[in-house]
Design a protein around this ligand. Structure first.
Ligand code: MSP
Length: 580
């Protein structure tokens, strides 16, 4: 049996250096791997599930923007199909478990396709490749003496698929009025279980887990969740039952060499992150060191305690990053089938467009606390930020009446010299204009920092604030009052439009992870080619900084349509939402 310290020493701690965008430029970092939780198939997807997937998608897309295109990025999602919860849901629906799984897994796949989730793999835990991975992982734990057979007696919550100590159970009146035991945390019913299971020596991992988290303060982000896990680890960590009697739970992966037991669904589910990268084949090793898990706060314990302990037990390092988000409520209430307030994400994508709904969830969702959903909020946000501010800005700078030649106009360095002190008689730039240039020049770095801290909403807030500032710039200089025919006005008119288009190019580039097709339309309208859309190619306002600009004189793209149409407030669904 290994002692505590040597368990932690099984993996080598990696050191990272940071480049100018906070991008780690260590050679090992050329591969990055992002994961969403895998989703239970007991019910159709809702906006909370979509939110988990969108956060991962935005992080992954932002990563692709900042690393060279030949560096590999993996992004997995999928469905969690085994366990008592699914077995019971299938029985209640009068279906074979596999039928329920096929049906609901297909719904998730379709939703993610429609929502432009750019995953590179979709795993189903019922696949053969996954069974092989789980059984191999089990074998590793067994070989290292970390599994033993013992009697488990205690509460089990099938909805949450977890074991609960007495202190985490309370009594609530059930449908017949009798008091029923439920989980204190989730309110879901629990039942008393007494059976012989395989048990994992979780208790041995308390100190290694503490060492890991103390040594890597960013392992769990945002920080309050890191702190919570360290607090949990202050308490005793009991061993964990990792199998169930097959006669009770048949819908799962059999324990290798003992068909009378089925692998505990959380162990089964967590190993999906390894299956996707080829485990147990050696190729998984090149992916694993740079893994980022994106998860909701309700599954923190499984990912930040059980999973790292299991990994350490199998001789691997804990995940590199665990990004944690909070939940969406609806009109102030928890979303639930029984309350009938579950928001269907596909209806939302239809109503608000894919880009619109992606923008809403990521702009309004704050990882550290729960957010409330209601339709009017979506309409207000999208009308003001995407339709009016961003769409209006693009329209103002590209409309035929203001830019009749349809090109990216030239920037005049005497009208807008590189320093305010150099503004001569023909100079027109004002102090606020310099403030705008400096805000937009630093925006990519600010946005990257917010992504690193898993504060995507702050990245969007920063972009939105610069959009407002650019609108202020255009308003201040009123290019519609300037005349292309006048030799005095023309260079300044061109400069105002050039600066505004440069700002729009930065916004379009930075919005790609969140609103991919809207950003594509915006960049295409500006004539930005597909090879000029990464952060490495961004070079904002080169002429101002004394370099040639590849955009000056370039023809704008032909697509002149509205970037984001205002949502018609008189739509029947909105009226209905007001009444209910
Ligand atoms: N199957 C497990 C995860 C296993 S990962 C190895 C599971 N599935 S789930 O379908 O219940 O939840 C999947 C994700 O959706 C979790 O990250 C969870 O936090 C998230 N959400 C579920 N309801 C949510 C909201 N109301 N709001 C935001 N996210 C929510 O847990």
């Amino acid at each position: 049996m290994k002692n505590r310290v040597s368990l932690l020493e099984d993996f080598s701690l990696r050191h990272y250096s940071s480049g100018p965008l906070g991008v780690r430029d260590d050679a090992r970092d050329s591969r990055a791997y992002f994961t969403t939780p895998i989703f239970y198939v007991n019910a159709a997807p809702h906006i909370g599930h979509l939110y988990s997937a969108l956060l991962a998608d935005a992080l992954c897309r932002h990563h692709r923007l900042r690393v060279p295109s030949d560096a590999a990025t993996g992004f997995s999602t999928g469905t969690d199909e085994h366990g008592l919860k699914i077995q019971q849901a299938a029985a209640a629906a009068g279906l074979a478990p596999s039928e329920l799984c096929d049906r609901v897994s297909a719904q998730f796949q379709q939703l993610f396709r429609e929502a432009d989730i750019s995953s590179t793999d979709f795993i189903r835990t019922t696949e053969a490749r996954h069974r092989i991975a789980v059984q191999h992982f089990w074998g590793m734990l067994k070989a290292r003496g970390l599994l033993y057979k013992g009697l488990y007696e205690g509460w089990y919550c099938a909805s949450d698929e977890c074991f609960l100590p007495e202190a985490k159970v309370t009594r609530q009146p059930g449908p017949s009025g009798d008091l029923c035991p439920v989980s204190l945390e989730s309110g879901h019913p629990v039942s008393w279980t007494k059976e012989e299971n395989y048990i994992f020596r979780l208790s041995q991992f308390r100190e290694p887990l503490q060492q890991w988290l103390r040594g890597d303060p960013e392992a769990i982000t945002p920080e309050p969740f890191h702190h919570t896990v360290l607090q949990w680890l202050e308490e005793e960590l009991p061993d964990l039952s990792v199998s169930r009697r097959s006669s009770h739970l048949h819908w799962g992966i059999p324990v290798p060499g003992d068909d009378s037991q089925t692998v505990y669904v959380w162990l089964d589910a967590l190993v999906n992150y390894l299956t996707v990268i080829g485990y147990p084949n050696a190729e998984f090793r090149s992916w694993w060191p740079n893994t980022s898990h994106i998860i909701g706060k309700d599954i923190l314990k499984f990912h930040a305690i059980y999973w790292p302990a299991l990994l350490l037990g199998a001789g691997m390092s804990p995940p590199h990053r665990i990004y944690v988000h909070s939940h969406w409520t609806v009109c102030g209430q928890k979303m639930s089938k029984s309350l009938g307030n579950v928001v269907d994400p596909r209806t939302c994508l239809d109503r608000y467009t894919v880009d619109g709904f992606r923008y809403f969830l990521l702009r309004q969702g704050v990882p550290s606390w729960d957010c409330d959903y209601y339709d009017e909020k979506v309409v207000k946000l999208l009308d003001s930020e995407l339709a009016d501010a961003l769409g209006g800005l693009l329209n103002r700078c590209t409309a035929n009446r203001i830019n009749p030649s349809g090109i990216y106009p030239a920037f005049c360095t005497t009208c807008f010299p590189s320093e305010p002190g150099l503004v001569g008689p023909s100079g027109r730039a004002q102090a606020e204009d310099y403030a705008l240039v400096s805000a937009v020049a630093t925006l990519p770095k600010q946005v990257a920092d917010h992504y690193d801290n898993f504060q995507i909403y702050k990245a969007l807030e920063a972009v939105s604030s610069c959009v407002r500032q650019t609108n202020g710039f255009v308003q201040r200089h009123a290019p519609w009052k300037l005349n292309w025919e006048s030799p005095v006005d023309a260079p300044w008119l061109g400069t105002v439009l050039h600066v505004a288009l440069e700002c729009l190019r930065v916004f379009g580039t930075l919005l790609q992870p969140v609103t991919p097709s809207l950003a594509d339309r915006l960049l295409s309208r500006l004539g930005v080619s597909s090879t000029e859309r990464s952060l490495g190619e961004l070079h904002f306002l080169s002429r101002f900084y004394g370099h040639p600009s590849p955009f000056e004189g370039r023809r704008l793209g032909p697509e002149t349509g509205v970037l984001f149409p205002r949502l018609d407030q008189s739509r029947s669904w909105l009226v209905k939402a007001h009444k209910t």
